[in-house]
Design a protein around this ligand. Sequence first.
Ligand code: NAI
Length: 390
Amino acid sequence: MINGERLIERPLRWGMVGGGRTGQVGYKHRTGAQRDGTYRLLAGAFDLDAERGRDFGTRLGVDAERCYADYRALIAGETGREDGVEVVSIATPNFTHYEITKACLEAGLNVVCEKPLFFTVAECDEIAALAERKGLVVGVTYGFTGHPLVRQMAAMVAKGMLGEIRLVDLRYTHGFNAGDDVGAGEAVRWRTNPKTAGPTFVLGDIGTHLYYLSEVVLPHLKVERLLCDRKAFIPTRAPLEDHATVLMHYDNGARGHLWVSSVDAGNMGSQRYRFVGSKASVEWSDSHPDQLVYEVQGEPNRILHHGMPYLEDESLAVDRMGGLHTEGLGDSWANIYLWIAQAIDATRRGDEAFLKIHRYPDIHAGTEGVRWLENCVRSADAGSAWVDFR
Ligand code: NAI
């Protein structure tokens, strides 16, 4: 169980780029990072609007002189100080991730970056090599995968409780973009423009969460081929998609089905994950993250609750609230940030034994997300053809 005791030598000096007052995801970073006192927010370039960013930063408790106009000023200002930040989170639109990550790493700063990590696998490989050379960590905020019941699903699959995996059914849909984009805010405008969003809209925006979580639960399975069909129901969003279906063939013969949509009008169910084996299935949704449905063929269905002693050790080890009490998205993000902090701490200490077994969404997880997107786009652009995964 995680109880807030510090698990690393000392708190990390932390800065943020983006995630300002009007940003959607910034608070998730702050609530995750600051939960256990593992990170101290000391600097930021929080906003494209420098004045608003400074005002916001000071209200978060950051010194005015350490609220910078942009990321370049942040890097220059912080690397010139003895107490300068050592890790920077990037919570800005997709097209900025690569250049900001690169600049931070070159300046000797660890990075926590939003998904989709970058636009291309080539960029990911270049950054992975740079991080390796510098001995620095790049973590990726796949924020849903810190839930203890995600670890529970992974442990059950690893123990063979489901049997051989046959079906993978993944869905992340909502209806927030069911209408057109006339008068849409900044967060919709950049997401629907390939220059700022990258080669995809919903596939990268929400589909990468599905894909990474499935990798956490099924680390032994690899996608061999896939077929992607994508469509812009609102034509002004083309060539980007507001809806997509992906079929996947895994190397053990399993079949995967995934759909992502932001035009699923009225749906507030968000994400659903179902893993079906030859003996049993598990199903989990972020709408009811405390509960895991466990169905054994021929037996009454069971609902497993987080924090209960009947769960696997891997799940109980990352539980925060204990059974009976709600464990939600903020707790999940806190785990992700903690695991990244432990990776930074262990890297710094050269603790190879710890790093070998430590699991967290790292640069390779971010890369695999981008690789999956590249394959989806290649398939869709070929008229929804089956393509070998590469
Ligand atoms: P947003 O448009 O709501 O907010 C972006 C924020 O970054 C704003 O505060 C803006 O002023 C600031 N900003 C933009 N460019 C900047 C720059 N060059 N320097 C400094 N600040 C800058 O965007 P949102 O929804 O917060 O998304 C940001 C990133 O987070 C995206 O990559 C998105 O895919 C990802 N995201 C991830 C989520 C998750 O669950 N992991 C959830 C929502 C978004």
